[in-house]
Ligand binder design. Structure first.
Ligand SMILES: *Cc1c(COP(=O)(O)O)cnc(C)c1O
Length: 396
């Protein structure tokens, strides 16, 4: 925030209790990955109903670790949505795979199942559907299609911590449901809970969890039973370790984890306040002919009380309004309201366009969406409703 009088599109909420929990760890003997990380992982796994939660340095590292654990590498194709943060696609590049894109659904703005099936190639080994704004893509259909072809589903749920959705009359928790093999989260300050920088991968698969933990710490193993190298001792050793595979230093620190555990205690409250704000905006903007409020994808139906909304993305008909997006942003700002564009289509970023030959017009839904999108402020403080509504309504 450059100007404290401007309501930003997103921001963290830090309480005195959060600060006390961090200070407690700072006064302890352990700063890097230690007992507080284990506590955070346990609390997070319980929250989303996953068997395993593995904390790491950030959401991007979470995606990279998920790719590695799933064994994605050179010669493999990974399909994701173009309307996402860069990291969803970059993670495929980190492991030497080919990042690919399929168009979005024009209603939910999530990866479109039809488009994914049309874009599928025999070398596709992973799909990365993004829970865009907090709404999961059509995961039952996507996971069925992908798994039948031997591919894994890595849900990028960086927008959806604490979210639930109902499908076929059953409630599913993001991070713990059966439709993803691995689910990635981010705790960047604009996300639903924060650890400054931080991330998490959840999975119900023991082997995947073991690999996530291995790759998070340089690929180093300290378990005697698994030693296989030429220097392996005959007896358990107090110092010996082996590196069976190459990993990274993607650890989260203990003081960040303490912040995460403390934030997690208020997650349900944060999700509820965000839902209230989304409902209030939807109602307040319903009559504006130049603004389309967020909608649920057909597969989710009309009623989803448990979604964890990260973004409030409106579609503006800038021509009808008689203002460009830049003018709208400037007007909102003059009324004390920040706004942001989520996202510039990733396939048209110079590196993707130049490396893979993507051209404007190739993913028309994403590009049309991009020409009209603008995110309005959304974070866990209902006091933003009135000023944001007033500022938006004053546009016409
Ligand atoms: C924030 C975000 C990421 C990356 O998370 P970091 O913690 O910033 O590395 C990845 N994907 C999506 C969809 C995100 O919003």
């Amino acid at each position: 925030m450059s100007n404290s009088s401007i309501i930003p599109y997103g921001r963290q909420q830090i309480t005195e209790e959060d600060i006390a929990e961090v200070v407690k760890v700072l006064r302890s003997d352990w700063l890097t990955q230690g007992p507080a990380v284990g506590e955070f992982e346990e609390a997070f796994a319980t929250m989303c109903g996953a068997k395993h939660a593995v904390a790491c340095a950030n959401g991007t590292a979470a995606l990279h670790l998920a790719m590695m654990a799933a064994g994605i590498g050179t010669g493999d194709r990974v399909i994701t949505t173009p309307i996402t943060f860069l990291a969803s696609a970059n993670a495929a590049t980190y492991v030497g795979a080919t990042p690919d894109f399929a168009d979005i659904d024009p209603v939910s703005y999530c990866l479109c199942a039809d488009a994914l099936e049309a874009a599928w190639k025999p070398d596709t080994k992973a799909v990365v559907p993004v829970a865009f704004g907090g709404q999961s893509a059509d995961l039952p259909r996507i996971s069925h299609f992908a798994r039948e072809r031997g591919a894994v589903v890595i849900e990028d749920a960086c927008h959806a911590t604490g979210g639930r959705f109902i499908f076929n009359g059953k409630q599913h928790r993001v991070g713990g449901h059966e439709y993803a093999d691995l689910t990635c989260f981010s705790f960047h300050p604009v996300k639903t809970i924060t650890t400054g920088e931080g991330g998490m991968v959840t999975t119900n698969d023991d082997k995947l969890a073991e690999k996530l933990r291995l790759y998070r710490t340089h690929g180093v193993n300290r378990e005697f039973a698994k030693f296989s190298g030429p220097l392996a001792p005959a007896e358990p050793s107090p110092f010996y370790y082996e590196m069976p595979e190459v990993g990274f230093n993607y650890r989260l620190t203990d003081f960040q984890a303490a912040l995460g555990t403390s934030q997690l205690r208020r997650l349900e409250h944060a999700v509820t306040v965000r839902q209230q704000i989304v409902s209030a905006y939807n109602e307040a903007f319903a009559d504006l002919p130049w603004l389309t409020t967020p909608k649920l994808g057909a597969w989710l139906g009309a009623f989803q009380p448990g979604l964890s909304w990260h973004l409030y993305v409106a579609q503006f008909d800038f021509a009808k309004l008689g203002r460009t997006r830049e003018e709208v942003m400037a007007h909102l700002r003059s009324k004390g309201v920040g706004s942001q564009v989520h996202y510039i289509p990733v396939h048209l970023q110079p590196w993707y366009a130049q490396t893979f030959g993507w051209k404007p017009g190739s993913l028309p839904n994403a590009e049309h969406y991009y020409s009209r999108c603008l995110s309005l402020p959304l974070f866990a403080d209902a006091a933003i409703i009135d000023p944001v509504v007033a500022a938006v309504r004053s546009l016409a």
